[in-house]
Design a protein around this ligand. Structure first.
Ligand code: ZN
Length: 499
């Protein structure tokens, strides 16, 4: 039965307004009509899920984030929020049988104001198609996922282009919008299917709900389970929900007045990721939903997700130690060199620099595959800067960052800012309790620094012997990691372990 489209759109506009003013903004931009455009695939997955290939290992789910920003590079969410969201979303999907992992280039930085502010315009959609990557779930992060046609929404899955669009303010730890949209990507519909355009209201639907949901075609699911195969989301392990979560924001336990067509009090599942309850409540897919998602992944249409590639399962447990800079630094060109210790298992590092220790002022962030990085200014002199490092790999983004280190910048002339690998080498001699620095260039000087950045001893040129060797006595020092560095920053520092 066809649905009148104009009232539907009006209702959707009203719904969005309600969502913004009354609720915790949990609505996604997927409408009743959107879901009915893939309901055939959903039902096919339900039918095939009975013969699902039950495997012991998770199915790998590749993802790419296209992080749109303004032309001047601002407006993007901080990259640590992307790692945090990857972490919490991967945890939700892990229990649903999927290993979420970033593909190569899976954090795609794009400065394009048009797509950032008005992604729905045809020309900007075309740009997004050129950005879209094969073999992954594509997630476009823009200023406002609903800007333009449907009011303000948090995110949505677009069937036609098979991508997810999400508002930048949803990119943060514990946010469930991405997991919800991935549910749609893998063919799921809302647990309140049929009630998207008009959530249950006492004044309209009380004291007992109508037999047919407000979309005019979907049976209203009853509490006794008698019609669960054909009503609502057509699943029997998700209880009836009449889009209750949109306005029920006071708790994760619904005890309002909604009643089913038999006058039985409604008891929806507030923990359902595919509902509109708030993020504090939503945490699970049902067993039937998991089987449908996995069946969708197994289907011919999703062959592009099944790459002959097993994402890394390495654990990363060591937090990197920050080597440099750790105090006042001098530069002539504005370039500063950062270095930190390598962490076992990590393939990438996120470097963040900000003037606030909370990294919430105007953080600059960079993803680096190595353990050093040169960052250009401008720097504000006589100001404290803070920096930290997150170690991660494609499927492990949960590790806490390093303890921040602080530095200040003095711009001077006449120094070479380019750091080169040192010609000198430092070695620990356990028998003599010394650190020997060999192959020292004339004119060099060195500092022995602990991990708090405190200089333990320093040595100038005059003290360096003619055989280009210098010896630090370290018998008085506690065991641990130390750093030997050139205080003029002409070469990269070297770490050394005293036992
Ligand atoms: Zn949705």
């Amino acid at each position: 039965m066809p649905i009148k489209s104009v009232p539907g759109f009006l209702l959707l506009a009203i719904l969005m307004t309600i969502d913004l003013t009354l609720s915790g903004q949990t609505a996604c931009g997927v409408s009743d009509a959107d879901q009915r455009s893939w309901i055939g695939r959903y039902q096919e997955n339900i039918r095939h899920s009975g013969s699902l290939d039950l495997r012991s290992e998770n199915r790998a789910l590749p993802i790419v984030f296209h992080l749109l920003g303004r032309d001047n590079g601002t407006g993007r969410p901080p990259l640590n929020n992307v790692l945090d969201l990857m972490c919490s979303t991967a945890n939700l999907l892990d229990s649903a049988g999927f290993d979420l992992y970033l593909i190569e280039g899976g954090v795609n930085i794009v400065d394009n104001e048009g797509v950032y502010f008005q992604h729905h315009l045809a020309g900007n959609q075309q740009t997004m198609r050129t950005l879209k990557m094969d073999s992954a779930v594509n997630v476009f992060v823009v200023a406002d996922a609903g800007s333009g046609s449907t009011g303000s929404v948090l995110g949505y899955y677009d069937l036609q282009d098979d991508w997810i669009v999400i508002s930048r303010n949803q990119i943060k730890s514990g946010n469930v919008t991405l997991a919800h949209e991935i549910g749609h990507f893998l063919s799921l519909v809302h647990t309140h299917f049929g009630w998207d355009g008009q959530p249950w209201q006492a004044s309209i639907h009380g004291p007992k709900a109508p037999l047919i949901a407000p979309n005019g075609v979907t049976e209203t699911e009853k509490m006794d389970g008698s019609n669960c195969l054909t009503a609502g989301d057509q699943l029997c392990d998700t209880p009836p929900d009449y889009n209750i979560g949109l306005s029920w924001t006071q708790s994760c336990t619904y005890n309002g007045d909604a009643r089913d067509p038999d006058s039985v009090a409604l008891d929806p599942d507030e923990t359902q990721i595919m509902s509109y309850f708030s993020d504090a409540c939503r945490a699970v897919f049902s067993a039937e939903q998991m089987a449908i998602m996995q069946t969708d992944w197994d289907s011919p249409a999703r062959a592009f997700l099944r790459r002959s590639y097993v994402p890394s399962a390495d654990t990363i447990s060591d937090i990197p130690q920050l080597l440099m800079p750790t105090s006042a630094v001098q530069t002539s060109t504005g370039d500063l060199s950062f270095s930190w210790t390598k962490t076992a298992g990590a393939t990438h590092y996120l470097l963040q620099v900000d003037r606030a220790v909370g990294f919430n002022l105007s953080p600059r962030d960079f993803i680096v595959a190595d353990t050093f990085f040169t960052l250009s200014g401008p720097w504000i002199e006589q100001t404290s800067y803070f920096w930290r490092i997150f170690a991660f790999h494609e499927s492990a983004t949960c590790l806490a960052p390093s303890v921040p280190s602080t530095f200040s910048v003095e711009t001077i002339t006449g120094l070479s800012p380019e750091l080169t690998p040192p010609t000198w080498r430092a070695m620990y001699d356990q028998n003599n309790q010394t650190i020997r620095v060999v192959d020292v260039e004339p004119g060099s000087s060195f500092e022995l620094v602990n991990l708090e950045g405190k200089i333990i001893c320093s040595m100038r040129e005059a003290a360096i012997s003619r055989n280009r060797t210098f010896t630090f006595q370290v018998s008085h020092l506690p065991a641990g990691l130390y750093i030997i560095r050139d205080p003029r920053y002409n070469s990269l520092p070297q770490k050394i372990v005293i036992r």
